[in-house]
Design a protein around this ligand. Structure first.
Ligand code: NDP
Length: 284
C-alpha cells in the first residue's frame, strides 16, 4: 500500500513557517499584503478566493479583496492593476482565473508588475522559470516540489513524467523537475500511448482534469504519484488518478482532496512574503 502524502498536514507545517517570516517582516516595518481581484460571481472562484483569504489570516498576511462586477471593462481592470502596482503597501497581486469572456486574461496578467506577480504567470517570470533564476515559482508546481522535499523523494537521474502541458501546471512543473535533474517527459492529449509512458515514471505528476484517467496498470510499482486533478463527480471532488487502484501499486500518492490543493494556496502565501521581502530589500 502506498504511503499517503498528506497535503493538509504539510500545508499547516509550511504555513507556520511562513507566519514566522511574515512576523519577522512586520518587526522590520513591512506588512506583507496580498491583493486578490475577482471579476464576476463564479461560485468556484468565490470559494478559491475565500480559501486564499483564510490562508492569509493563518500566515499573518494582510488580505485585500477586490470583487468587481462581471461587466467590468478592460480599462477599469487595467486601472485597478495600475493602482495596485503603484501602491507600495501591496506586496502581491493575483487575478482570480477565469476572467469573464471578453477580458483578455494573458494581457491583463502581463500588466501586473513582475515583482508583484505572486502567481508567477507574467511572461518575465515564466522566462525566469525557464532559466532557473526565479524569485517566485508558480504555486501548484511549487507545492508539488514541496512534497518531494518533505517525503525525501529522489529526483536526480529519475524518470519523471508530467501528464498535462498547461501554462500554469504542466509546463512549469516539467521545468522545476528538470532543474532538479530528473529526466522529464511531458504527455498531453495527443500522446500516442499514455500508459506506455507513465509506466516508466519513477515520479508521475498528473494535471489533466479527467477523473480516473490514470489507472493502476499505468503506474510503475513503487512510483511517487502526484494527482493535481480536481474533478467534481456526483458532488464529490476526485483527482485524475483512480485512487483505489493506484494506491495498491504506487509507493507514494497524494489524495484528492487534501493533497496538492492546500499546498497550492500555501505557496501563494510563500510568494507573497517573498515578494514583500524583495520589494523592501530584506533577506529572509
Ligand atoms: P488545462 O485544461 O489547462 O490542461 C489540461 C492538460 O491535459 C492539457 O495539456 C491537455 O492536453 C491534457 N490532456 C487532456 N486530455 C488528456 C488525455 N486524455 N491524456 C493526456 N493528457 C490530456 O488544465 P490545468 O493544467 O489548468 O489543470 C489540470 C487539472 O488540475 C484540472 O483538474 C484542474 O482543476 C486541476 N488544478 C488543480 C490545482 C490544485 O491546486 N489542486 C491547481 C490548478 C489546476 P492538450 O494540451 O493536448 O490539450
Amino acid at each position: 500500500m502506498a504511503i499517503l502524502m498528506d497535503g493538509k498536514a504539510l500545508a499547516e507545517k509550511r504555513r507556520g513557517e511562513i507566519a514566522l517570516k511574515a512576523e519577522k517582516l512586520k518587526e522590520l516595518g513591512v506588512e506583507p499584503a496580498l491583493a486578490v481581484i475577482l471579476v464576476g460571481d463564479d461560485p468556484a472562484s468565490e470559494l478559491y478566493v475565500r480559501n486564499k483569504h483564510k490562508a492569509c489570516e493563518r500566515c499573518g498576511i494582510k488580505s485585500l479583496q477586490y470583487a468587481l462586477p462581471a461587466d467590468t471593462t478592460r480599462e477599469q481592470l487595467d486601472a485597478l492593476v495600475d493602482e495596485l502596482n503603484a501602491d507600495p503597501s501591496v506586496s502581491g497581486i493575483l487575478i482570480q482565473s477565469p476572467l469573464p469572456k471578453g477580458l483578455p486574461e494573458r494581457e491583463i496578467v502581463a500588466r501586473i508588475s513582475p515583482d508583484k506577480d505572486v502567481d508567477a504567470f507574467h511572461p518575465e517570470n515564466v522566462g525566469r522559470i525557464m532559466r532557473g533564476d526565479y524569485l517566485m515559482r508558480p504555486c501548484t508546481p511549487a507545492g508539488v516540489m514541496d512534497f518531494f522535499e518533505e517525503y525525501d523523494i529522489p529526483l536526480a537521474g529519475k524518470e519523471a513524467v508530467v501528464v498535462g502541458r498547461s501554462d500554469i501546471v504542466g509546463k512549469p512543473m516539467a521545468m522545476l523537475l528538470l532543474q532538479a535533474n530528473a529526466t522529464v517527459t511531458i504527455c498531453h492529449s495527443k500522446t500516442a500511448d499514455l500508459g506506455e509512458v507513465t509506466r516508466r515514471a519513477d515520479v508521475l505528476v498528473v494535471a489533466v482534469g479527467r477523473a480516473g484517467l490514470i489507472r493502476g496498470d499505468m503506474i510503475k510499482p513503487g512510483a511517487c504519484v502526484i494527482d493535481v486533478g480536481m474533478n467534481r463527480v456526483d458532488g464529490k471532488f476526485v483527482g485524475d488518478v483512480a485512487f483505489d487502484e493506484a494506491e495498491k501499486v504506487a509507493g507514494y500518492i497524494t489524495p484528492v482532496p487534501g493533497g496538492v490543493g492546500p499546498m497550492t494556496v500555501t505557496e501563494l502565501m510563500e510568494n507573497t512574503v517573498t515578494a514583500a521581502a524583495a520589494q523592501n530589500g530584506i533577506k529572509l
